[in-house]
Every structure is written in C-alpha cells, then in structure tokens.
Design a protein around this ligand. Structure first.
Ligand SMILES: Nc1ncnc2c1ncn2[C@@H]1O[C@H](COP(=O)(O)OP(=O)(O)OP(=O)(O)O)[C@@H](O)[C@H]1O
Length: 236
C-alpha cells in the first residue's frame, strides 16, 4: 500500500531528545492526526518527514520507498507536500497568483490555470482571489497555504496547524475540505491544537509527548486514554 511510514526516528538537539524512536504511519484515503502539548516534537517530526532535518536514527518511507536520505525537492516529486506554522506566502502577489506559482511547479503545470480556478472554488476563496496575500486575515492566509499544497496534487499532505486563526465557520468548511482531500486518495497528516477539529475529522490519531508516542488509535479511544489526559493536564 502507498503509505507514509516513519520508523524509529530519533532527533537530538544537543543532549535533548526532541524525538525518541518515533514510529507512525499514515494511509491514503485517511486523515491522520498528530497531536501533543507544546514542544512535544510535532514540527520536528514534520521536518524529518519532509527532509528538512536528518534523523540520527530511524527512517521515513513513502509508498514503500526509503526517502530518509532524499532531499526535500525530490520528496516533493514523490508526492509529498507540506504547510508551515508560519505563513510562507508571497505577500504582494494575489491569492490567485500565489496558487499559480505552486501549480506551475506541480505535475499538472499545463492545466495550472484551470486547477487554480478549481482550488479557489473548493477553498471558498473566490471573493479574495484578486487580493494581495498581505491583506488576508491569518485564517484566510492559512487556507491559501493549504491551496498551494493542493496545487501540486499531493499523495502525502502534511498540515502544520492549518486551522489556527480560523473562525468557527471557516473551521467547519475546512473540516469538509480535509475529508474531501482524503477521499480523493491522499494520505493527510494533521498537526493541530483545535481538538474539536482533530477529533471530528481524523480517522486515526497519534499522540506525542516529550518526543515519544504515548498513544495511537481512533479518536474515541484517544479521548479516553489516561496517558493522553495526563500529558494534557499539565498544559491546560
Ligand atoms: N532548532 C532547534 N534547536 C534546539 N532545540 C529545538 C530546535 N527545534 C526544536 N527544538 C526543541 O525540540 C522540542 C520539540 O519542538 P517542536 O517545535 O518540534 O515541538 P512542537 O510539538 O511542534 O511544539 P508546538 O506545538 O509548540 O509547535 C522542543 O523542546 C524544542 O524546544
């Protein structure tokens, strides 16, 4: 099966293990949540999956192919796309042109304009399409980031806190969008602090705490898991 697999990944910053023998999987057609308190290691794990950071042990494979030593650009050509916690948009370009730049780097560059029109519609961004990215609210900016990731037709989609800054209505629309991206066949991995969104949209959830996976399973089981509740108690 064309899944994303992380096996025994360890990353240390000096003497501090940000990730300690972490293993998780994400399957096509499913939304997989990756949650954990602040500093648990979620973004570091995304950096390892996307090739921005080399683990000191363990590996990553995409569709059965070991990509641990592959640079980020080549992973992208294997169908991996990612959004970042901070916005990475071209501020002076319009929403449409931000999407176009991404679409023209993807596998369907000849259909780029058509695809951008589809994404604008799908994300409910038609009324903002000609606005410069600088003028957007944080929530709308994050939606455009997701749109840019979708423009390369990803098989594996990593989303780092995509719903931060969205209002209730935007988050609801976003949940439906995530489901539809998974239904189109992508393996979606979602890092998110909005537990309502995580629990309603994810098929599977992995919980990181202090660099270790402390629980994996369906949302209903995760919400009742004692180790998970204890990890979050310190935070809230
Ligand atoms: N470049 C770095 N140098 C040193 N320590 C780092 C570096 N990046 C992350 N860390 C540390 O690694 C640990 C994991 O950080 P990471 O950002 O992956 O957590 P996170 O779960 O994404 O947190 P948050 O939810 O706050 O974004 C933290 O203790 C952090 O301070």
């Amino acid at each position: 099966m064309a899944s994303l697999q992380v096996d025994g990944v360890t990353v240390a910053f000096g003497g501090h293990r940000a990730l300690d023998a972490v293993s998780i999987g994400a399957e096509p057609g499913r939304v997989t949540g990756l949650i954990g308190p602040n500093g648990a290691g979620k973004s570091t794990l995304f950096d390892v999956i996307s090739g921005l950071r080399r683990p000191s042990a363990g590996g990553v494979s995409l569709g059965g192919r070991d990509v641990t030593r592959m640079p980020p650009g080549r992973r992208a050509r294997h169908g991996l796309a990612r959004t970042f916690q901070r916005l990475e948009l071209f501020g002076r370009l319009s929403v449409r042109d931000n999407l176009l730049v991404a679409a023209e780097m993807g596998p369907e560059r000849r259909r780029a304009r058509h695809m951008v029109a589809e994404i604008v519609e799908r994300l409910g961004l038609a009324h903002l399409a000609d606005q410069p990215a600088d003028a957007l609210s944080t929530g709308a900016g994050r939606l455009v980031e997701v749109g840019r990731a979708l423009a390369v037709r990803p098989r594996y989609l990593l989303l780092d806190e995509p719903a931060a800054g969205q209002d209730g209505e935007e988050t609801e629309r976003f949940a439906a969008l995530l489901r539809s991206v998974a239904e189109d066949g992508a393996a979606v991995v979602l890092v998110e602090h909005d537990m309502g969104l995580v629990m309603s949209v994810c098929d599977d959830v992995h919980v990181l705490d202090l660099g270790r996976i402390i629980a994996s399973g369906p949302p209903e089981a995760i919400q009742r898991d004692q180790a998970v509740l204890s990890a979050y108690l310190g935070e809230t």
